[in-house]
Design a protein around this ligand. Structure first.
Ligand code: ADP
Ligand code: MG
Length: 318
């Protein structure tokens, strides 16, 4: 039978917006000594905005047209990065690097191409055929796999591409590469906002002697910049979606009792693998179903509260 104190603690947690699925989850939470945090949507809000669009070659002066192509390639994707690109194109909002008043043939009216074809590659990006063009938007790995060349017309080199990527990553922006018909076309950068209490919650976990780890598929430098802002010094970045659970297993093999906090489809196996999985309420259903505890208000402070409640409860029992 479940001890009365756990039943009471579970009820108390629920009033605080922390939904605990089992007595076992609360018991285990008292032993957690490492908390792994997904970045996008967990530490950050998960609704990134377009902040940079650096174009190359023949695309100078045709930024709107290129952004519309990127958006049409991304329309089929449910990734937050895709949503940022689609929103920027559809809103026609001025963005860094976009020349004002430059509306080309494929202008950003949001009309998608009926003949478009898409392949989403998890943890890498998207390859699409849009209006007869092969459009790739994703990370460096994805572009490397498709033999993308550097356009020669504008006197730019790959160094200019790396400079754009580094510039954005150092600011904590997520850089993506875009190629059209085998030629590099743009570096697209989006920025996400850290949730208001992430930093405070991370400090609270660390003050309790808990190791805090950031786990993300994003660029290493981007992840480090955000980790630095929120006070996390252990970063595991550029992790493929199917390898996130392996990182949890590695920490467990090192003797840690691990809590994982995440919101995405990508996080589900890691949430299931962790000793205690915390899902962000409002995240994907798969994440919530794979987790032991759901944080209804989406705030990381809920993890601290749950662990504190677990300690107080287990002290009463033993
Ligand atoms: P996260 O850990 O933030 O959920 P993912 O594993 O989903 O990251 O993606 C890792 C990287 O792959 C992204 O930072 C991005 O560079 C690239 N990527 C993934 N999906 C897309 C997409 N739809 N469009 C462009 N790039 C993408
Ligand atoms: Mg996420």
């Amino acid at each position: 039978a479940t001890p009365l104190s756990i039943t009471i603690a579970t009820g108390k947690a629920a009033t605080l917006g922390i939904l605990v699925r089992s007595a076992q989850a609360l018991e285990t939470a008292a032993d957690v000594d490492a908390v792994v945090l997904d970045k996008t949507g967990t530490i950050t809000q998960g609704t990134p905005q377009l902040v940079g669009f650096d174009v190359f070659g023949a695309w100078h002066g045709r930024e709107r047209e290129l952004l519309a192509l990127a958006a049409d390639a991304e329309r089929s994707s449910e990734h937050p990065l895709a949503a940022a690109i689609v929103r920027a194109a559809d809103e026609g909002a001025p963005v860094v690097g976009i020349a004002a008043g430059n509306f080309g043939v494929g202008d950003a009216d949001g009309a998608s191409d009926a003949g478009a074809e898409f392949t989403a590659i998890p943890g890498r990006g998207i390859v699409a055929t849009v209006r007869g063009h092969v459009v790739i938007v994703g990370n460096a790995e994805l572009v490397d796999d498709h033999d993308v060349g550097m356009p020669e017309s504008a006197g730019e080199s790959v160094d200019d591409v790396f400079a754009a990527i580094d510039h954005h990553a150092a600011l904590g922006h997520t850089p993506m590469l875009m190629a059209v018909d085998g030629l590099l076309a743009a570096v697209i950068a989006v920025a996400d906002t850290v949730k208001p209490d992430s930093k405070q919650a991370i400090a609270a976990l660390r003050s309790r002697g808990i190791d805090v780890v950031m786990l993300t598929g994003d660029n290493q430098d981007t992840a480090r910049a955000i980790a630095h802002d929120v006070g996390v010094d252990h970063v595991i970045a550029e992790v493929r979606p199917d390898a996130k659970a392996d990182e949890i297993a590695r920490l467990q093999a090192d003797g840690h009792v691990v809590a994982m906090v995440g919101d995405g489809i990508n996080d589900a196996p890691a949430l299931a693998r962790a000793n205690v999985g915390f899902a962000i309420g409002g995240g994907t259903d798969v994440a919530i179903e794979s987790a032991d505890i759901t944080l209804m208000n989406g705030s990381l402070t809920g993890v601290v509260t749950a662990i504190d409640l677990a300690h107080a409860t287990m002290r009463n029992i033993s």
